[in-house]
Write a protein that binds this ligand. Structure first.
Ligand code: SF4
Length: 396
């Protein structure tokens, strides 16, 4: 079967799947109430988003200089920094650092999903635990993420209860509190047994090499703070010039991700250190002894040259557009590849070189523009989709 036939079947099946619709309608209702509340409480975010768009537009034009600057800063902080030109380069660098037979606790990372990092590490004979609750559910269901922030958005609590009952051997009720407590119990000891913790980053300040990690669950803190080695994979579009810029990007990201304030914001810029004995700075204190950051290009610098499609690189991954998309609202991430909906078509074409999937997604998009209205970066996805259709039609 062709990619088109497979995709058509997948998306039609999803559109007729009652459970997906139930799970999504619940999630969309909660998202809208939360974001309206967050923006009402902190209305300055709307103005700040305009400022962040300017920061991103400029930063995308300077990505290559910023990545050099960030690498220097990370090395000065006694971390190790790498530039991966392609997805395969990134996997090779990480593969060499990790080796095989390791226990890895992993935070959610769209960039990791983009290059199928978990699957790669598992093939290298490593034991990888997704620690984000949604990703953990997906891993156990052997499914795939259906939203950039809420990967298990399509899974109702009844199905989570079923899979967790199977793992624990106990009949668990479809009660959210019980299910969260079960995941905590299943994962907690893994952080302390793990050889390596892995993460992405929401934004990186080039001047200091500081990675910002936004979360609520506390799994990222543990995964990046407890194991002796922290490896971070970061798309080059996450770089901004200064620490101050990164603070603004972070605030706009979490607010449009529907939070007034996230429970945790971690800033990581090197391995743990101490100067407590005679002011002699020593690396490898209570946290990681090694800190490695891989900055991945994989099509980003090429995409930055395109006057219309470069907008995809401004994306903060807040996920807001997906809740407004009428197609996503009934099909979840089945309307997507590694990234979802209309903007996902651009990522499929440019970063994953998956033109067939990109075409299928580009022609599913209704170009209605509801995503643009919600988007803090005012990314014109309909404009990008029309341009992508043109490029595909011309065989570019
Ligand atoms: S396109 Fe805009 S709304 Fe959608 S995830 Fe990116 S920043 Fe958020």
């Amino acid at each position: 079967m062709s990619v088109f036939t497979d995709y058509k079947k997948e998306i039609m099946d999803a559109a007729h799947n009652e459970r997906i619709r139930i799970a999504l309608s619940r999630a969309i209702k909660h998202y809208r109430a939360n974001i309206n509340n967050a923006l009402k409480k902190f209305p300055h975010t709307i103005k700040m988003a305009e400022e962040v768009r300017e920061i991103k537009v400029k930063a995308i034009g300077e990505m290559e200089q910023l990545v050099e600057q960030a690498c220097e800063a990370i090395e000065a902080n006694k971390g190790k920094a790498y530039i991966a030109k392609t997805a395969d380069d990134a996997l090779n660098i990480i593969g060499k650092l990790v080796g095989s037979g390791k226990l890895i606790v992993k935070a959610k990372s769209m960039t990791g999903a983009e290059i199928e990092l978990r699957e790669y590490l598992e093939k290298q004979d490593n034991d990888v635990y997704e620690t984000d609750l949604g990703e953990f559910i997906i891993q156990k269901l052997e499914s795939r993420p259906m939203h950039i922030l809420a990967p298990a958005i399509h899974v109702p609590k009844e199905d989570v209860a079923q899979v967790f009952s199977k793992i624990t051997g106990q009949k668990l009720p479809p009660d959210v509190g019980t299910l969260v407590a079960t995941a905590r119990k299943l994962l907690r000891e893994k952080y302390f047994q793990a050889d390596i913790g892995m993460s992405g980053a929401n934004v990186v300040a080039a001047d200091t090499g500081a990675l910002f990690l936004i979360e609520n669950e506390g799994n990222i803190r543990l995964a990046t703070g407890v194991p002796p080695v922290h490896i971070a994979l970061v798309g080059m579009e996450k770089l901004v010039p200064t620490f101050g810029d990164a603070c603004k990007v972070a605030e706009v990201t979490w607010r449009y991700a529907n939070y007034t304030i996230p429970q945790y914001i971690s800033v990581v810029s090197g391995p743990s250190s101490t100067g407590d004995i005679e002011k002699v700075i020593t690396y490898g204190a209570h946290g990681p002894i090694e800190f490695h950051v891989i900055f991945m290009d994989a099509g980003r610098t090429e995409l930055a040259k395109h006057p219309i499609l470069r907008q995809a690189l401004y994306c903060l991954r807040c996920g807001g557009c997906l809740y407004e998309c009428p197609v996503f609202g009934v099909t979840a991430g089945h309307f997507g590849d590694k990234y979802f909906a209309g903007i996902g078509a651009v990522w499929a074409a440019m970063m994953r070189d998956n033109k067939e999937k990109a075409a299928a997604l580009a022609y599913t998009c209704l170009t209605c523009g509801r995503c643009k209205i919600r988007c803090p970066m005012k990314i014109d996805t309909p404009e990008m989709v029309v341009e992508l259709r043109r490029l595909i039609a011309e065989g570019a």
